[in-house]
Design a protein around this ligand. Structure first.
Ligand code: HEM
Length: 538
C-alpha cells in the first residue's frame, strides 16, 4: 500500500471514530436530556399533584366548614310562607294540630313556620323538646294579642318573666303545702276535699235509679270547679249552687271565645272587623264576671286573714295575703295580681282535667274489656277498704289506662306556646330570638318511633313484662321543662280518685248500641263532642 493511501485510510478511520464518538456523546447527551425531561416531567406532575391534593383538601375543608357554619346558623326547614298570612291558609281551622303533624312528617322534628305575623318553631320530638324547654331563654310567652289583652301581663300562665318567677314559686309552694304534691303533710286533707266532690257525682248517679243516661260533661265540670274553688277561693259548694253554675258558664264562654278569637293572635288587625270586635267585648265581659265572683271571696278572706294560723288548711287567697305580709311587696302582691292569678289557676285546671275525665269515661265505655280489667284490679287491691291516693302505686293497670287516654287524646295537643327570649342554639339549629315555640304534644304522643301502632288504644303499652307501670319518656301531657304544668299532681289526684270510684261502683256503657264518638273538637283544649253515656249500678 502506498503511503498516501495509508494516510487516507487512517484519516477515514479517525473521522469514523470521531463520528462514532460524537454519535455516542450525542446519544448520551440525548439520553441525559430525555432523563432530565422525564425527571422534569415527573417533578412537574408531582408538583401539580401536590397542588391538586392541596386544593382538594382545602376545598373539602372549606366545604365542611361552610356546612358546619351553615347548619349552625341555618334557618330551620319548613314550608314556604305567603306574605302576611304565612301558612295560616294551610292549617285545618278545626284541627290545626293535625296539619302541623303532617308538616312534621315532611320537615322533621323541628321546623319553622310563619303563622300570620308570628314566626313559630314547631317541635315534635320528646327528647329535643326536653332539651329546649329547660333553657331559661325558652320560658317566655309569645305576645299574642288576645291572650295579652285578657291576661294583661298578670297572673302566672302569661306573666312576664320577673313576675312569673315569683308567682311560680309561690303557687308551687302553695300547692305543696295544701296537699297537691307527692309528699305533703296535707295530702289527706286534700284527698278528703276531692273525695267529697266525687261523692257528689256518685249521688247524682245514684239519685236516678239503677241506670242513668247522662252527658257527664257538666257534672264533671262541677266536680273539678268545686275542688278548685275550695282550694283556691276557700269556697265550698252544694249541689245546684248558683255561683258555681255562673263560674262554670263564664269559664266555658271565656275558653270558647278565646278559641274563636284565636286568629286575632296571629293577625291583630282582624280586631277591627265587627265579628271580632264582638268577640273581644264578650270576652272582656265574661272575664269581668269571673273576677266579680272571685272578688267577693277575696274581700271575705281579707277580713279574716289575720286570724289564720300556719297550721290551718289555707286557700290560695289566704296564702297570698300571708305571703304579702312576709315579703312586703305591694308591687307583686296586690289585688289585681291576685284576681288574675285566680283566673289562671282556675282556667288551667278546669278544662284540662274535665276534658281528660270525659275522654276516660268514653274510652272505658267503648273498651269494655279494659273497663273490666280496671274494675277487677280495683276490687282485688282495695277489697272493702276505702280508696286512698297511695293505692295508685298498687293499681298499675288503672294508672296505665288513665295514661293511655291522656296519650291518645292529648287534651293540650299544641302545648301552651313558649317564646324564645334570646337566640337558642340547639343541636345544629338555631331558634331565633322572638320565635313562638310550639310543643306539638299530639305528634309526640303519636310518634311511631316511640309508640307501636299509636292509633290503637292499648293501656298495656304503659306496663312492663311484670305488669308494673312504666314512666315513658315520650309521654308529656303536662308538657316538660321549667314551665311545665304546675298543677300536675293535683290533676292526677282528681283523675285517679274520680275514675277509680266511678268504675268500682258503676258499669259504664255507650248509649248508641255501643258506639262512642271519639272525634274531637279543638278549642283551647281537645274536648269530646257532647254525648250521653249509660251508668249502671253494680
Ligand atoms: C289533666 C290535667 C292537666 C293537664 C293535662 C295540664 C296541662 C298543662 C300544660 C300542657 C301546660 C303548659 C306548660 C308549659 O307551658 O310548658 C300547663 C300549664 C299550667 N297548668 Fe296545667 N294541666 C292540668 C291540670 C292543671 C291543674 C289541676 C292546675 C291547677 C293548679 C294547673 C295549672 C297550670 C298552670 C298555672 C299552668 C301555667 C304554668 C306556668 O306558666 O308556669 N294545671 N298545664
Amino acid at each position: 500500500m502506498r503511503d498516501v493511501d495509508k494516510h487516507i485510510d487512517l484519516c477515514k478511520l479517525h473521522r469514523n471514530l470521531r463520528e462514532t464518538k460524537n454519535d455516542v456523546r450525542y446519544k448520551i447527551t440525548n439520553v441525559c436530556f430525555s432523563t432530565n425531561r422525564v425527571i422534569y416531567k415527573i417533578k412537574i406532575k408531582h408538583k401539580m399533584l401536590t397542588t391538586a391534593l392541596f386544593v382538594a383538601v382545602a376545598t373539602t375543608a372549606l366545604f365542611l366548614l361552610c356546612i358546619y357554619i351553615h347548619r349552625k346558623t341555618a334557618s330551620l326547614p319548613g314550608p314556604w310562607n305567603l306574605p302576611i298570612l304565612g301558612c295560616l291558609h294551610k292549617l285545618d281551622t278545626k284541627l290545626p294540630y293535625l296539619t302541623l303533624t303532617e308538616l312534621a312528617q315532611k320537615y322533621g322534628p323541628i321546623y319553622s313556620i310563619k303563622l300570620g305575623l308570628l314566626e313559630a318553631v314547631v317541635i315534635s320530638d320528646a327528647k329535643l323538646l326536653k332539651k329546649i324547654l329547660v333553657k331559661d331563654e325558652a320560658l317566655g310567652r309569645p305576645p299574642m294579642y288576645v291572650f295579652s289583652g285578657v291576661f294583661k301581663g298578670k297572673g302566672i300562665a302569661y306573666a312576664p318573666m320577673h313576675l312569673w318567677r315569683d308567682q311560680r314559686k309561690f303557687v308551687s309552694n302553695f300547692l305543696r303545702t295544701s296537699g297537691a304534691a307527692k309528699f305533703s303533710s296535707k295530702k289527706k286533707t286534700l284527698e278528703n276535699i276531692i273525695k267529697k266532690y266525687v261523692e257528689e257525682f256518685m249521688e247524682l248517679l245514684n239519685s236516678q235509679g239503677e241506670k242513668t243516661n247522662l252527658n257527664p260533661s257538666e257534672a264533671i265540670g262541677n266536680y273539678v270547679i268545686s275542688v278548685a274553688s275550695t282550694m283556691f277561693l276557700g269556697k265550698s259548694f252544694n249541689r245546684g249552687d248558683k255561683i258555681r253554675k255562673t263560674l262554670l258558664d263564664s269559664y266555658d264562654k271565656v275558653t270558647k271565645l278565646l278559641a274563636v278569637g284565636g286568629p286575632i293572635n296571629f293577625l291583630p288587625f282582624l280586631r277591627f272587623l265587627p265579628q271580632y270586635k264582638h268577640t273581644i267585648s264578650s270576652l272582656t265581659k265574661y272575664v269581668e264576671d269571673v273576677h266579680h265572683i272571685q272578688n267577693q271571696c277575696i274581700e271575705m278572706a281579707e277580713k279574716c286573714s289575720s286570724n289564720n294560723s300556719e297550721d290551718e288548711y289555707l286557700n290560695l287567697i289566704e296564702a297570698f295575703f300571708q305571703q304579702k305580709l312576709k315579703c312586703d311587696s305591694e308591687e307583686i302582691y296586690n289585688t289585681e295580681q291576685l284576681q288574675f292569678l285566680l283566673f289562671d289557676v282556675f282556667g288551667a285546671s278546669i278544662e284540662t282535667t274535665s276534658n281528660t275525665l270525659f275522654w276516660i269515661l268514653l274510652y272505658l265505655a267503648k273498651y269494655q274489656n279494659v273497663q273490666n280489667k280496671v274494675r277487677n284490679e280495683l276490687n282485688n287491691v282495695l277489697q272493702n277498704k276505702s280508696l286512698q291516693m297511695e293505692d295508685l302505686q298498687n293499681l298499675p293497670y288503672t294508672h296505665a289506662t288513665i295514661s293511655e287516654v291522656s296519650r291518645i287524646r292529648t287534651v293540650v295537643p299544641l302545648g301552651f306556646p313558649h317564646y324564645a327570649l334570646e337566640d337558642i342554639q340547639i343541636e345544629n339549629f338555631k331558634i331565633p330570638k322572638g320565635s313562638m315555640i310550639l310543643s306539638l304534644l299530639w305528634a309526640i304522643h303519636m310518634d311511631q318511633k316511640f309508640w307501636k301502632n299509636p292509633e290503637e288504644f292499648s293501656p298495656d303499652r304503659f306496663l312492663d313484662d311484670e305488669g308494673r307501670f312504666l314512666q315513658l319518656e315520650a309521654f308529656l301531657p303536662f308538657q316538660t321543662g321549667k314551665r311545665m304544668c304546675v298543677g300536675e299532681e293535683l290533676g292526677k289526684m282528681m283523675m285517679f280518685l274520680f275514675v277509680a270510684t266511678v268504675v268500682k261502683n258503676f258499669k259504664i256503657e255507650a248509649c248508641n248500641s255501643g258506639d262512642v264518638d271519639f272525634s274531637p273538637i279543638c278549642g283551647l283544649t281537645l274536648l269530646p263532642k257532647p254525648q250521653e253515656l249509660v251508668f249502671i249500678k253494680i
